[in-house]
Write a protein of this length. Structure first.
Length: 203
């Protein structure tokens, strides 16, 4: 190789003097217990002793039977305390949707996960006005099944203030507008804008 010198050869030899060649005989590696097997065994022991808590599913949306909704039924629901004027604006589609979710061709189990994660993300990002397209389910073996579950989930979810079927241009009875509860920060800003006393600062 170009650039090789006796000095280079000497340095390499010095660096390699502690290196020993592998034995030509059969190498026997020490047996190592598989980590997965060890963890599983430990989990079984803790479970038998009642010390292992089952994984907690944060998704509390039901998979039990829910009240059936007709495919062409107009959905509408609001919590006590939601102003009629606010709900009327929701019905008319006057709130611009911050985000949308499409559940077409999804199973109930798939939709349950998607709806819960969608609402969780919306709350984290401060989205209040949503549009969820669920379809009518007229041709389904169980007509309106997904629509029925979505209505039940939205009523069940703690942060949903109201929902109703969308205007025709946004999917009609195959979609719903969803209004989420205001975050504490939004409530505080609203109070300040209207000159109300803050909840955070007491005189």
């Amino acid at each position: 190789m170009s650039g090789d010198t006796p000095e280079n050869d000497g340095s390499f030899a010095d660096a390699m003097q502690d290196v020993k060649p592998l034995s030509k005989g059969k190498n026997v590696l020490p047996k190592v217990k598989p980590l997965v097997s060890t963890i599983a065994k430990e989990n079984r022991r803790l479970s038998a002793e009642g010390k292992l808590k089952p994984a907690r599913d944060e998704n509390y949306l039901t998979l039990a039977e829910v009240p059936p909704r007709e495919p062409l039924e107009f959905l509408e629901w609001k919590k006590v305390g939601v102003q009629n004027a606010v709900f009327e604006r929701l019905r008319k589609g006057l709130y611009e949707a911050d985000a949308t979710l499409d559940l077409h061709r999804k199973t109930v189990k798939e939709a349950r996960i998607m709806v819960f994660e969608f609402l969780t993300m919306a709350l984290k990002r401060g989205w209040r006005n949503l549009l969820i397209s669920h379809g009518k389910g007229e041709a389904s073996k169980t007509p309106g099944r997904l629509k029925s579950y979505l209505a039940a989930w939205l009523e069940q979810h703690e942060e949903v203030n109201a929902f109703c079927s969308a205007q025709r241009k946004r999917g009609g009875v195959g979609s719903v507008y969803v209004l989420l509860r205001k975050s504490p920060e939004e409530k505080e800003l609203n109070r300040e804008e209207h000159g109300f006393k803050s909840d955070y600062y007491q005189s």
